[in-house]
Design a protein around this ligand. Structure first.
Ligand SMILES: [Fe+2]
Length: 283
């Protein structure tokens, strides 16, 4: 069991994207990314691995392309349960000539980056054991070193890629926000702590000592506006808590600080100050 994606922590579990071309997106996420279609409805498709919903797609009737320089998704990050699967995934991408936009060893994780056909950022990563992370006080050391592509491909070469393995989950979200401190104060209200900063333009926040459950950056410009509701890109993402008490506590804290918050059928709905919509559910 992964101790950073379970109760009593609050952590991301799934996300929903507005899409323009549903068929093309489902094909990409099936064939290239290796997710299963878990449910197909008229205007909504849910994908993930057996027993774990990870992402869903909705096609708004009046969908438009997301305008540039807005808040929203920078990337979502898929956490594989073992390093050998990252190697196998890289071999699968190479065999299928799938474009990769980058890779990095972050000293807490090894990560591969790509874009989907509608320009949503995707990271696929595996964690380096937390016993090897280094901390300076309450700040974790995260760097950007070259990814060991050769070592990973060698490790993965004996595993036939059969899609995302059991145990795959949404590891973290990385969001464009309009103002860092304002965003941090909101997420701090949910219980997240700041564990790393990058040049005054990005914050990494987590619960339970993870290297980050959420990244926040102002790389689309300070003061950036949210995209229109019918634009492609992030529709909402979901955080999980372990019980009703935690959900109630978060509801009261948000309401006390005058953030917009409602609860419908046991699901809390809110949005961060940059307009990124969030659902919070009991896992
Ligand atoms: Fe990331």
């Amino acid at each position: 069991m992964n101790k950073f994606h379970t109760g009593p922590l609050i952590y991301p579990v799934d996300l929903c994207l507005n899409v323009k071309d549903m068929d093309m997106m489902v094909e990409f996420y099936s064939d290239v990314m290796g997710f299963d279609v878990l449910k197909k409805e008229d205007k909504r498709v849910i994908m993930g691995v057996p027993g774990n919903k990870i992402l869903s797609f909705v096609r708004p009737d009046d969908v438009i392309q997301k305008p540039p320089r807005r808040t929203g998704l920078y990337h979502f990050a898929i956490l594989l349960p073992d390093r050998k699967y990252l190697g196998s995934f890289i071999n699968h991408l190479r065999d299928n000539n799938a474009p990769v936009t980058g890779g990095a060893d972050h000293e807490v994780s090894e990560a591969l980056y790509l874009q989907d056909p509608e320009d949503n950022g995707i990271e696929v990563y595996t964690d380096i054991p937390d016993s090897q992370w280094t901390w300076k006080g309450d700040q974790v050391n995260m760097g950007t070193e070259p990814l060991d592509f050769r070592g990973l491909m060698e490790l993965g070469k004996d595993i036939e890629w059969k899609g995302m393995p059991e145990g795959t989950k949404l590891g973290h979200m990385h969001l464009h926000v309009s103002e860092l401190e304002e965003a941090f104060l909101f997420y701090n209200t949910l219980g997240f702590q700041r564990v790393a900063e990058m040049g005054g333009t990005a914050n990494f926040i987590s619960t339970g000592g993870y290297h980050h459950h959420i990244g926040l950056n102002v790389w689309n410009g300070k003061g950036a506006d949210p995209a229109p509701e019918n634009a492609t890109g992030l529709r909402y993402y979901t955080l999980a808590v372990s019980d009703e008490d935690s959900l109630g506590k978060i509801f009261r804290s948000l309401a006390e600080k005058k953030y917009h918050v409602t609860i419908e059928e046991g699901v809390l709905h809110t949005q961060d100050p940059s307009g990124n919509r969030i659902k919070i559910e009991i896992a």
